[in-house]
Design a protein around this ligand. Structure first.
Ligand SMILES: Cc1cc2nc3c(=O)[nH]c(=O)nc-3n(C[C@H](O)[C@H](O)[C@H](O)COP(=O)(O)OP(=O)(O)OC[C@H]3O[C@@H](n4cnc5c(N)ncnc54)[C@H](O)[C@@H]3O)c2cc1C
Length: 331
């Protein structure tokens, strides 16, 4: 255990996991701050204007509402936050790490000596890169005909009236998109590379739309080519490596899942060797300690099996208690 007069902890990422950890660290007596790459706290929840049914006691509120409440709580507690900032370099010291933090608009980086680091950088949606270099795709994407964020169809529903739409993906977000779009489009194609993996409730709703002929599903089908065609997009489908169908649609929504925001660690000195799972999720023990001493990882970036607000918040508390266990404050 490290004995320190004024132990300092930096939390990288200001989503629910990072904010929760900051709150707990404050009340456990630590100096700390959050480094957030965006101009606001809240993380993924900020852009989710849907009712969040999974947080006890907060019924009827959207994730964006919750994010704003959490952000306000952090501000009301006077927890320091450095916005528009990212780690530029990390060096090991005898009592922790020396960090260089780049802040947008500042010509000089900020140097900080810290005793522990918490990585709470969440996930990001996968985009068109999953298709590899495919001619026409960049053009279609930059012309707004392909969308990759899980909720980017919601503000376009008016324009999808009577149109033909393809949704690529087999998880919950693909199914929710199909359900929303099928209310207005004349036909929706659901294109799944393997088999549907959505929760049973939403799967049942999409099955009902398939039964009504509003949705046509292709399973074990891979999209291998995109071309601009008749003001829309022509797509080539393969099954088992063989060409099967060609579809012309007005718009495509890709719902290809998420990847953890852990790649930035690869250039950060001692953090580059942190143990990761295959897809890049950070490996931790049950107290949220990573393979590197004094570095902890919480929330979605370290949670391959369950991504949710409540588990992110719980992770923040668990890591704060572990830090209090590992670093004792000299009084
Ligand atoms: C469409 C959608 C719907 C969802 N609906 C629900 C729901 O109904 N109920 C529910 O419980 N959960 C839901 N979730 C999941 C929930 O939003 C996440 O589990 C939760 O936000 C994870 O919190 P986090 O703090 O781990 O990460 P995030 O919310 O991703 O926050 C990470 C933060 O780190 C910042 N960051 C990233 N990289 C860096 C860096 N290098 N330097 C500095 N900062 C960085 C980001 O800007 C962000 O602010 C949904 C997710 C999506 C995408």
């Amino acid at each position: 255990m490290l004995n320190i007069d004024n132990p300092t902890v930096v939390i990288v990422g200001g989503g629910p996991a990072g904010m929760s950890c900051a709150l707990w660290l404050k009340h456990l007596g630590f100096s700390h701050c959050i480094i957030e790459r965006n101009a606001e706290l809240g993380g993924q929840m900020l852009n989710i204007h849907r009712i969040n049914r999974w947080v006890l006691g907060w019924y009827g509120r959207t994730s964006a509402d919750l994010a704003n409440s959490y952000g306000k709580h952090v501000k009301d507690e006077s927890i320091p936050v450095i916005y528009n900032a990212q780690l530029a370099s990390v060096e090991s010291t005898p009592t922790g790490f020396c960090l260089m933090v780049d802040e947008a608009g500042q010509s000089q980086g900020l140097t900080m000596q810290v005793n522990a680091l918490v990585i709470a950088t969440g996930l990001q949606a996968q985009g068109i890169e999953i298709f590899g270099p495919s001619s026409g795709l960049e053009y279609l994407h930059s012309n707004g005909l392909i969308g990759c964020h899980p909720l980017d169809h919601l503000d376009k529903l008016d324009r999808l009236q009577g149109k033909t739409v393809a949704v690529i993906g087999g998880g919950d977000n693909a199914h929710f998109t199909v359900k929303d779009v099928a209310r207005v489009a004349s036909r929706v194609y659901l294109l799944i590379r393997s088999q549907a993996k959505a929760q049973q409730t939403i799967r049942n709703e999409v099955n009902a739309l398939i039964g009504q002929g509003l949705v046509v599903e292709f399973v074990e089908s891979e999209v291998v080519g995109f071309r601009p065609s008749q003001g829309g997009i022509e797509m080539d489908l393969n099954q088992s490596g063989l060409p099967t169908d060609s579809l012309i649609v007005d718009r495509v929504f890709v719902r290809a899942g998420f990847v953890p925001n852990s790649r930035f660690l690869d250039t950060l000195g001692p953090l580059a060797t942190m143990s990761k799972l295959k897809q890049g999720y950070l490996l931790t023990d049950s107290r949220k300690r990573t393979s590197i001493d004094s570095v902890y990882a919480i929330g979605d970036v370290a949670s391959p099996h369950l991504q949710s607000v409540v588990t992110a918040i719980a992770d923040g508390a668990i890591a704060a208690r572990a830090i209090a266990n590992d670093i004792s404050i000299n009084i």
